[in-house]
Design a protein around this ligand. Structure first.
Ligand code: SAM
Length: 292
């Protein structure tokens, strides 16, 4: 059975199939049930909001925020201001890192009863270094439909403005503050893809210094600050030069994304063995084979 995009098309198809009415009805019922199982009705919308410039809200985001019954917000005051700017009045409900575990079961009950909700974060795409994952996972586990609208997020403009390869990249988000920080940094030493980090202004100098220690001071990198805002800047250089630049500033304000070029140095090869070495290697290989 081939599934088309909606139930209207499948009904039209069954009209011309040469089946009797009862068979047509049964076929339509089966097609519709399978379609609804595969495409559950959306109850939760992840709605990206601007990371600075309010013009970056999409038309679809505005429509969805106006259509859902409740908007889940990381901070109801921040999202309240955006909703006011958009001229949309909706009940706002607090959903953040510190209450998501309590909120999820209550929200699932309401969503299962047919409410529709939009999840927004303070800025950018919910679920990207922001709460969202838990609710999405539980909705999907219960067969509730989740839709994520494309829209603003800080790492995409930072990646593209860095000028480093964007064919393959790794989004690292925030590095662990204490435990696991060094381990994570060490794991990235041989990373060949472009790396993206979120960072706060008061930790940026320390992070650039540590990245320089582990990845090498000459590794090309960029720092994007206040993307889409009035004082937006992107500085590109080496990790060492960026550390010096930011360390010399009397104050560092705003939100920051660091992008670091991957390790492009060819892997270190062992020197080709000379004749004598080759002989020894062959003998070693024979011994190893004998181990089997
Ligand atoms: N959900 C957001 C997204 O989709 O990008 C990220 C939220 S995370 C809590 C906040 C971090 O995102 C900031 O510390 C900064 O690293 C980055 N960020 C957000 N807005 C930014 C902006 N306008 N310019 C630079 N970085 C930004």
């Amino acid at each position: 059975m081939q599934l088309r995009r909606g139930t209207k098309q499948t009904l039209a198809e069954s009209k011309n199939s040469g089946l009797n009415n009862e068979q047509k009805e049964l076929e339509f019922f089966i097609r519709r049930s399978v379609y609804l199982c595969i495409m559950p009705n959306t109850v939760l919308y992840l709605v990206p909001t601007p990371i600075g410039n309010l013009e970056d809200i999409t038309l679809r985001a505005i429509r969805v925020l106006g259509e859902v019954s409740t908007v889940l917000c990381e901070d109801t005051r921040t999202s309240g201001r955006l909703m006011q700017h958009l001229g949309i009045k909706k009940p706002l409900l607090s959903y953040h890192l510190h209450n998501e575990h309590q909120q999820v079961p209550r929200l699932l009950d309401r969503l299962e009863k047919g409410e529709t909700m939009a999840l927004v974060s303070d800025a950018g795409t919910p679920g990207i270094s922001d709460p969202g994952f838990l609710l999405v996972r539980e909705c999907l586990a219960r067969g509730l439909g989740v839709e994520c609208l494309p829209g603003p997020t800080a790492f995409v403009p930072a990646l593209l403005k860095s000028g480093f390869g964007a064919e393959r990249f790794t989004f690292e988000g925030f590095l662990p503050v204490k435990k696991g920080r060094q381990t994570r940094l060490q794991q990235l030493a041989s990373e060949t893809r472009t790396m993206i980090f979120y960072e706060s202004p008061h930790r940026i100098v320390k992070t650039l210094g540590q990245l320089a220690e582990v990845l090498g001071p000459q590794r090309p990198a960029s720092v994007s600050r206040e993307l889409t805002k009035l004082f937006e800047e992107t500085v590109t250089g080496t990790l060492a030069s960026l550390e010096a630049d930011f360390a010399a500033r009397p104050t560092i304000k705003g939100e920051i994304v660091v992008v670091v070029e991957g390790n492009l140095a060819p892997p270190v090869r062992e020197p080709r063995p000379g004749r004598e070495d080759r002989y020894h290697r062959a003998a070693d290989d024979d011994e190893l084979a004998g181990d089997d």
